[in-house]
Design a protein around this ligand. Structure first.
Ligand SMILES: NC(=O)c1ccc[n+]([C@@H]2O[C@H](COP(=O)([O-])OP(=O)(O)OC[C@H]3O[C@@H](n4cnc5c(N)ncnc54)[C@H](OP(=O)(O)O)[C@@H]3O)[C@@H](O)[C@H]2O)c1
Length: 243
């Protein structure tokens, strides 16, 4: 099958890395379904005025099953295929700073897992039908160095690290499923980015989200080079990370 229209979906596109990934895709002629988490998102609304015909703003809370199902229905109403799904949305939680689990906050941990791990699974699952109709059949999971057990040096952030390690396992399961159908999963550590994970812009971080998005997408463009038995787990320089 041959498609002229390249189509991508990005979750958590209101700001940060997700917004920059969406912008990169639009600048590179993709039609983009951008997951909008905030009720009002001035930056997404501004982007929409520039890319009126190719940007679709889709209300999407990946932590909520019905929201994901509704988003998938809306997307399916506008396209017959999707080439790339980018699971970008992710959260941290202040309770996760604790080094010992004496005051373990079960609720915070469950919330992190529900978004970072199950959220990505819900989205990939609901969009699988459209993805299998696409040419590239690519799932891009934005993980973190925090998901690597092999290179872990931390003694805290149990919830976040475990959620990303589980996202990595999810990527492996889904890659096994997709690769026999001509698809592929790629997993990224996007660097320490000047974004809003702590509620305000991390100005001390070394890279901008624009730079991170650009590097991720050039590696994605080269996806065939990284195709293998297992998904590629890469940093921004294309170095492989241990699971
Ligand atoms: N920043 C870093 O240094 C860093 C390092 C390694 C990995 N990462 C990963 O990179 C990805 C992007 O994060 P970022 O740095 O761009 O942080 P960010 O600025 O906080 O962006 C994350 C986006 O996801 C949205 N979101 C939160 N909960 C959601 C939900 N339930 N459903 C849909 N969207 C939701 C956020 O909305 P609100 O802000 O409105 O809540 C925000 O728009 C995340 O997966 C993160 O774990 C980041």
């Amino acid at each position: 099958m041959y498609y002229i229209k390249k189509v991508a979906c990005v979750t958590g596109a209101d700001h940060g890395l997700g917004m920059c990934l969406a912008r990169w895709l639009l600048e590179n002629h993709y039609t983009v379904f951008a997951g909008q988490y905030l009720q009002d998102s001035p930056s997404l609304a501004a982007m929409k005025t520039r890319y009126r015909d190719r940007l679709y703003l889709i209300p999407l809370d990946i932590g909520d099953r019905e929201s994901v199902k509704q988003a998938a229905r809306t997307i399916a109403g506008s396209t017959g295929h999707v080439d790339i799904v980018i699971n970008n949305a992710g959260i941290i939680h202040k309770a996760d700073d604790a080094t010992m689990l004496v005051d373990m906050d079960d609720e915070a941990m469950a919330r992190i897992y529900n978004v970072n791990t199950l959220g990505a699974l819900r989205v990939s699952n609901e969009l699988m039908g459209l993805l299998l109709q696409g040419k590239q059949k690519l799932i891009i999971n934005i993980s973190s160095e925090a998901g690597s057990i092999g290179r872990n040096k931390r003694i805290n952030m149990y919830g976040y690290c475990m959620s990303k390690a589980a996202l990595n396992m999810q990527s492996s399961l889904m890659h096994n499923h997709l690769k026999v159908m001509g698809g592929q999963v790629m997993v990224f550590h996007p660097g320490w980015i000047q974004t809003y994970m702590h509620g305000e812009k991390a100005v001390e971080a070394p890279i901008t989200p624009e730079e991170s998005a650009g590097k991720i997408m050039s590696l994605v463009l080269d996806h065939k080079k990284y195709m293998g038995e297992e998904p590629a787990y890469l940093d921004l320089d294309g170095n492989h990370w241990p699971w």
